[in-house]
Design a protein around this ligand. Structure first.
Ligand code: FES
Length: 429
C-alpha cells in the first residue's frame, strides 16, 4: 500500500519522471507522488554520484532538486503536480536510478582528492579539470530563458507575522484583536506549521483554527500569503522592511511595517551517522504532512528516531497508516542500503531492518531573520542548537518579537500562548 485507501487520496493524473509515467494527485508535491510510487531516489550527489532523496519535504534542505519542464534546480517538494508535468532527475548519466557515473564511487572507495588530481603534468591536469567541470555542478542550463519577473509589489501594513504555525497563528489572532492589519506569511503551501502533521498531542489547537485565523486576518483588512517565504528583514529608520518571495505568484513583495512577530519555527536536521543521506531518510514532520494531506504511505517498515511525545506520535501515525514502525532505541552507527535505506546498524551491534527512517530528533530553530533583526542567540545545551533568546513577551529588538519554537523546543499549546503574548505586546507597542 503506497497510499491510504480513502477515495480522495486516489491519483487523478500522471506526471512524467525521466520519461516514465507516475500516478499523482493534482496539486500535491512531486515528492509526495514519488514517495507514494515507492521512488524516494531523486538525484545523485555532486561528486561521487551517490543516491540522494528528499529529506525535509518542507522546502528547507535542498536535497530534492530536479529539472521541471526544462528548468533546472527546482525543489520537487515545492512543485505541485499537474497533468503532463515533466520531471527529470539531475546529476546523473542515464537517470538517477541507473546513473552510470555511480561507478566513480565504486572505484574511489577512499575518496578523490580533486585538488591534487593529475597535478604531475600540466597538460593532463588541464584535461582532468575540463572533465571534472563537465561532470560536476548542479543541473544544466534551462531550455528557455526564464521570463523576467514583474516588478515587486509594495505593501504598507500594520504588522508582519512570519510563520503560520501555532505561534504565528496566535500572534496574528492577537494582532487582529488589537485592531491591526496583519500580513501573515507562510513559506509552505498551507497554513498550520506542525499542526498539519496531525499528531494530536495534548493541548494541540483544533484543525480548523488556521482557517479561522486566516479569515479573521482578511476580514480585518490584512493579507495571508502561503508559499511566501520572507527572505530578508531590515530596519529602515523607524520602520521594518521585509522582502517576501511570493513563489505562487512569481512576484516579490516589499513590505513596510512598524512591527513584526517572528514565528519562523524550525528546520529539520539530518541525523549524524554515515548513510544519513540515503533515500528513505526523512524529517518526521514533512513525512506526516505528506501522510495527512496526500495519503502517502512511504514504505513498509519504518524506524523512528527521537525521544518524547512527538516521536511516539510519529510512530503511532505510521502504524495507523499500515506500516510497521519501531522506535530506535540506542545510537545509530550507520545507515545501510543502495538506492534506498535498507537497515540501520545500531552501536550495540543490532541491525534494524527498515526502508524508511522518520527523524523526530530536535530541530534547528529558524533564527536567521531574528538574528538579522538584532536578536541574541544562545546555545541550548539540551539540543545543541542555537535558539533566540527573547526578552519580555518575546521582544528581541525594537519593534520585533519572537515566539514559538524559534526560541527553543515547546509544545504547540505553549507556542500558541507565546504567540498570543507577543501579538498582544506588539499591538500595544
Ligand atoms: S527542500 Fe525539498 S526535501 Fe528538503
Amino acid at each position: 500500500m503506497a497510499r491510504l485507501p480513502e477515495p480522495h487520496f486516489a491519483p487523478d493524473c500522471t506526471i512524467s519522471v525521466d520519461g516514465r509515467e507516475i500516478p499523482a494527485r493534482s496539486g500535491e508535491s512531486v515528492t509526495s507522488a514519488l514517495l507514494a510510487a515507492g521512488r524516494p531516489l531523486l538525484s545523485r550527489s555532486a561528486k561521487y554520484h551517490r543516491p540522494r532523496g528528499p529529506f525535509c519535504l518542507q522546502s528547507s534542505c535542498g536535497s530534492c532538486l530536479v529539472r521541471v519542464d526544462g528548468a533546472p534546480n527546482v525543489r520537487a517538494c515545492e512543485t505541485a503536480c499537474r497533468p503532463g508535468l515533466r520531471v527529470e532527475t539531475q546529476n546523473a548519466f542515464g537517470g538517477a536510478a541507473h546513473d552510470l557515473l555511480g561507478a566513480i564511487d565504486l572505484f574511489s572507495p577512499h575518496g578523490i582528492d580533486h585538488h591534487h588530481m593529475a597535478t604531475w603534468s600540466q597538460v593532463v591536469n588541464r584535461v582532468a579539470v575540463q572533465a571534472s567541470r563537465q561532470l560536476s555542478g548542479l543541473g544544466h542550463l534551462p531550455d528557455q530563458v526564464p521570463a523576467a519577473r514583474p516588478p515587486a509589489e509594495e505593501l504598507r501594513i500594520d504588522a508582519l507575522v512570519v510563520g503560520s504555525g501555532p505561534a504565528g497563528l496566535g500572534a496574528a489572532e492577537a494582532l487582529v484583536q488589537g485592531g491591526l492589519r496583519v500580513l501573515l506569511c507562510e513559506q509552505d503551501r498551507a497554513l498550520g506549521g506542525r499542526l498539519r502533521c496531525r499528531m494530536h498531542l495534548p493541548g494541540d489547537p483544533p484543525l480548523a483554527w488556521p482557517g479561522e485565523v486566516a479569515r479573521a486576518v482578511e476580514r480585518a483588512g490584512g493579507r495571508v500569503e502561503a508559499r511566501a517565504p520572507v527572505l530578508g528583514l531590515w530596519r529602515d529608520g523607524t520602520e521594518l522592511l521585509a522582502a517576501v518571495d511570493r513563489r505562487g505568484a512569481g512576484r516579490m513583495l516589499v513590505v513596510r511595517a512598524p512591527r513584526a512577530v517572528l514565528a519562523s519555527g524550525t528546520w529539520a536536521q539530518p541525523p549524524l551517522f554515515p548513510g544519513n543521506d540515503l533515500p528513505g531518510v526523512h524529517g518526521a514532520r514533512g513525512l506526516l504532512v505528506a501522510l495527512a494531506e496526500d495519503g502517502v504511505v512511504p514504505g513498509e517498515r519504518a524506524a523512528v528516531l527521537g525521544q518524547g511525545p512527538e516521536a511516539e506520535a510519529v510512530a503511532e501515525r505510521l502504524v495507523a497508516a499500515g506500516m510497521q514502525a519501531e522506535r530506535v532505541e540506542g545510537e545509530v552507527a550507520r545507515g545501510r542500503g543502495g538506492r534506498r535505506l535498507a537497515a540501520l546498524d545500531l552501536a550495540d551491534g543490532r541491525r534494524l531492518r527498515c526502508d524508511t527512517l522518520a527523524v523526530a530528533t530536535p530541530r534547528m530553530p529558524a533564527a536567521e531573520l531574528a538574528r538579522a533583526a538584532g536578536a541574541h542567540l544562545e546555545l541550548d545545551p539540551a539540543t545543541g542548537a542555537f535558539r533566540v533568546k527573547p526578552g519580555p513577551a518575546g521582544l528581541v529588538a525594537p519593534g520585533v518579537w519572537a515566539a514559538g519554537e524559534v526560541c527553543g523546543p515547546c509544545t504547540a499549546a505553549a507556542a500558541v500562548e507565546a504567540g498570543l503574548r507577543a501579538g498582544e505586546a506588539a499591538s500595544r507597542g
